[in-house]
Design a protein around this ligand. Sequence first.
Ligand code: NAD
Length: 245
Amino acid sequence: MLNKKVAIVTGGTRGIGLEIVRTFKKNQAEVVLFGSKEESVMKTVSLLKEEGIDVLGYYPNLNDYEEIEKKVKEIYERYGHIDILVNNAGISANKKIEDTSIDEFNSIIDLNVKAIFNMTKAVVPYMKKEKSGVILNTSSMVSIYGQPSGVGYPASKFAVNGITKSLARELASDNIRVNAVAPGITNTDMVAKLPKEMIDPLIKSIPLGRIGEAKDIANAFLFLASDMASYITGVILSVDGAARS
Ligand code: NAD
């Protein structure tokens, strides 16, 4: 479905991002994954190699625009085009507002919002040259319903939706589609970190009766990245088993 397309996936070292990398590769894309640290990037690149999947991996600071610009240019020069950008890296929060420091709030916004701006700003000129491209952002179910604590996280994901809907309109005349996937609770390290008393009732309330798997989410990314979604832009696609909390 992605024959020879070149994709950059941020937060590609584990969880949802790693499954997006696998799914895109199985569909014949060239994939470059970004992670936060050299060690985790190298570990994932060799894990994938053992699975017979070859990818390049880098660890630029997503909050340093100049570093991102340089890395994106390098990728463009290597392949001659960049067709898909997946802004997936993210962190969550669950503390009450009184227990959340300003630095903690800022670090969520830095990664979940500003990094998307940086990556997208760096990639868009190359997509405009080709008059073609797909930008996909990882939002969340909390971007629709909020959540009862950890306000920085839903704040960041509401912003992701705003970026998605606005850039879809701004970039449509250049044939660049911009969409987001809003996963429900998904079985990754991010959820493993949350207290069991918080997660178990949420899983029980999901109408489809189970937690989402990274593969469920990656398949939605595949569809939106492919030409099958050629007339879809500005959409926040919920992939959450009809969860509503
Ligand atoms: P995860 O913790 O398993 O993976 C997070 C990824 O982000 C990793 O690859 C990590 O390297 C990267 N990352 C973290 N901090 C970074 C930093 N400072 N700089 C660069 N990269 C960094 O989480 P996940 O569950 O796979 O989450 C992926 C995305 O899905 C996030 O945007 C998250 O908000 C979203 N999401 C997850 C769930 C869920 O239930 N797991 C639900 C809704 C949305």
